[in-house]
Write a protein that binds this ligand. Structure first.
Ligand code: DOR
Ligand code: ZN
Length: 428
């Protein structure tokens, strides 16, 4: 099978930036032709599809490092298949899925189940994340050798804080030893008993608040442990200015750390909670304008390496309830690229910068490759930067619709998603 992607703006940061054609043979990029003459043909094959990418940007396939697929156990919120349909519609060629499923992914059987189920879908590639601690209980380490052998790419107790610093130290040492990444959900459980950001707005609304320090205390701890052990840590969903400052300082001192934020933290503030809108409830919570500005600065100056969605589907059973009883989390796979492209319009990031945060850096951190070069696997996202649409969360591919971006006017989206040379999504 041959795929010829013609006349697109090929953008692989640090490698290629120009108009041309990409030829894909049996899942692998066989040629990249800059400024190819119109009508120029690759070696003729019988089974060939030609895609006219005029007006589109062809970039290395996007990777979402932080997704909740809810499968096994909570398939009423999402299944591996519906989650992956949402992923490819959002332009993602791969996702890392968090282990807070039912049962949790702290063992070989669950990791293998996820990988095999995902393979049968022929959509995006899935890289399972195992738990840091058995049963997400924060007491003893999971068996990282077993998780790694089964195909896990990282460990995280995402959704639950690791309160015990000694356990986190051992997690870094053990995971580092077997080649698993540690992704930390930074939350001090003793400080985080609230429903939204701590401040005047929470007081007015009569809701208990979560202070910025609930996050930044643990961010600082993780940075100290990375410095102590020399093992890199990846900080999940950064939401506060203090976290951004701490990561900036640590990186300047040479501490091995990387960090991500999510589109909602660079787009929204606590104001979105407005009329007790549970679609704007997540953990960590939406913060103040000062925090949003610091997150945006952290993205533009390289302190924050990655944009990941924290796609967290919930049904109306968990969301259409009193605010303080509602579940944390929003879906994000189908809006992340459009919200990222707003950063380009607003000159927070260049288009190259956005592709670094959504493809190149996740690949580097996870030890994957995302190159548009002959011999590389053909994982590609074709972006239509001018597409205008109104986001309708009810019409998405996810089983859930808990998004604060419902009804937003968007510009730019994935036109086509290619995984290992197969077109797994096309916008029509
Ligand atoms: O908002 C969130 N939802 N934050 C988390 O850390 C977990 C996630 C979930 O699993 O729903
Ligand atoms: Zn989390």
């Amino acid at each position: 099978m041959q795929l010829i992607i013609k006349n697109g703006h090929i953008l692989d940061p640090g490698n290629i930036d120009g108009t041309g054609d990409i030829i894909v043979d049996d899942g692998v990029i066989s040629a990249v032709k800059r400024n190819a003459a119109p009508g120029a043909q690759a070696e003729k094959k019988s089974d060939v599809r030609v895609i006219d990418a005029t007006g589109w940007v062809v970039v290395p396939g996007l990777i979402d490092m932080h997704v909740h697929l809810r499968d096994p156990g909570q398939e009423y919120k999402e299944s591996i298949e519906t989650g992956l349909r949402a992923a490819v519609a959002g332009g993602f060629t791969a996702v890392c899925c968090m282990p807070n499923t039912c049962p949790v992914n702290d063992n070989r059987q669950i990791t293998e189940y996820i990988i095999h189920t995902a393979e049968k879908c022929h959509l995006a590639r899935v890289y399972p994340v195992g738990t840091i601690s058995r049963g997400l209980a924060g007491k003893e380490l999971s068996d990282y050798g077993e998780l790694k052998a089964a195909g896990a790419i990282a460990v995280s107790d995402d959704g639950m804080p690791v309160a015990d610093s000694q356990l986190m130290r051992r997690a870094l040492e053990y995971a580092g030893g077997v080649g698993l990444k540690v992704i930390s959900h930074c939350e001090d459980p003793y400080l985080s008993d609230g429903a939204m950001n701590e401040g005047a707005m929470a007081t007015r609304m009569g809701l208990a608040g979560i202070p910025n320090a609930a996050e930044s205390i643990i961010v600082m701890r993780e940075l100290a442990l990375a410095e102590l052990t020399g093992i890199p840590v990846h900080i999940a969903h950064v939401s506060t200015r203090q976290s951004v400052h701490a990561i900036r300082d640590a990186k300047q001192r040479g501490v091995p750390a990387t960090a991500e934020t999510a589109p909602h933290y660079f787009t929204l503030t606590e104001q979105a909670v407005g009329e007790y809108d549970t679609r704007a409830k997540m953990n960590p919570p939406l913060r103040s304008e000062k925090d949003r500005a610091a997150v945006r600065r952290g993205l533009s100056d390289g302190v924050l390496d990655v944009i990941a969605t924290d796609h967290a589907p919930h049904s109306i059973l968990e969301k259409e309830v009193e605010f303080d009883r509602a579940a944390n989390g929003i879906i994000g796979l189908e809006t992340a690229l459009s919200l990222g492209l707003r950063l380009v319009t607003e000159k927070v990031l260049s288009l190259e910068g956005l592709i670094e945060k959504m493809a190149k850096n996740p690949a580097r951190i996870l030890g994957l490759t995302r190159e548009i070069t002959p011999g590389a696997p053909a994982n590609l996202t074709l972006i239509d930067p001018d597409a205008l649409y109104t986001y309708d969360a009810e019409k998405g591919f996810s089983k859930s619709s808990n998004s604060p971006f419902h009804g937003w006017e968007m510009k730019g989206r994935a036109a086509m998603t290619v995984v290992d040379g197969c077109v797994v999504y096309e916008q029509n």
